[in-house]
Design a protein around this ligand. Sequence first.
Ligand SMILES: Nc1ncnc2c1ncn2[C@@H]1O[C@H](COP(=O)(O)OP(=O)(O)OP(=O)(O)O)[C@@H](O)[C@H]1O
Ligand SMILES: [Mg+2]
Length: 304
Amino acid sequence: MLREVTATRYVEPLRSGGSVPGVVEADDLGTYVVKFTGSAQGRKALVAEVIVGELARTLGLRFPELVLVHFDPAIAEQEPHQEVRDLHAASAGVNLGMDHLPGARDFTPEIARVFTVDPLEAGRIVWLDALTVNVDRTVHSSNLMVWPTLGVARPRLWLIDHGAALVFHHRWDVTDPRRAYDFRHHALGHYGPDVRAADAELAPRVTEELLRRILAEVPDAWLADEPGFATAEEVREAYVTYLQARVEASGDWLPTGFPTREELAAEEALRAAKNQQGRPAWLKQVPDLHGKPAVRQDGTVHLG
Ligand SMILES: Nc1ncnc2c1ncn2[C@@H]1O[C@H](COP(=O)(O)OP(=O)(O)OP(=O)(O)O)[C@@H](O)[C@H]1O
Ligand SMILES: [Mg+2]
């Protein structure tokens, strides 16, 4: 089960996150990124965080520890912004915390340009995202961080933020577990992810027993009141059934056909060129000649 801690000090809001998570210190002397139950993303985002995060960890991917955080809005009284204060007020009680990785950096396109990822590791991450329908790990919103690990010469990739995964839980009645989604713009697509090898390695490990164990970690309160279900246990069962059917149908949804780095750069440049059309000349950007794709005056694309 997830450990429980109590937040003792509110450090700061993470404004780069759409749900405005908060960094807190807790009574176990740990520091956590708290995802609040009262956020606009709702409790389902927290359910997705637990299920996908725990799956990731069990399958050997790097993912920070999750804990349940008891949060009293009184500890954040110094927060000046009313919308953040409202979020805290709506989140008194148990929230989700993720171990804070001090000094970690977001895996941005700039970092991706100089960072190598093994095709098998990329394949495992893409495979997990395709299994859990996590469409929020793209080039521009990678939800990956690079973080130095003690004793390891170079920073390693860490997964964060699975709140947008499991899109099927918004429409239980119409979703087909065999459905393939578009992962062409996955943050790791240009590393040549070996999803077939990942499938052969990981699919047999996602057993019904594992899924049940993970679903048992989701607090009842986050599963209650789901329309069409009588109890939290019934909702757990629906997740297990769906994910089990999906893992068995991996042949139907394995993502393939990732664009190369060059193709992505060309697409990006075309998009930029389209955005430029119709603007007055003085608003048009000066071409960037430092290795990035550049659009010439006549609209043609130059790959640097
Ligand atoms: N465990 C962590 N350690 C260090 N920094 C983190 C951690 N989790 C999140 N962050 C930082 O906070 C930012 C926002 O976090 P996250 O993406 O989880 O929030 P979110 O509200 O779900 O965001 P969005 O939905 O906008 O992507 C991350 O991009 C990262 O910079
Ligand atoms: Mg995010």
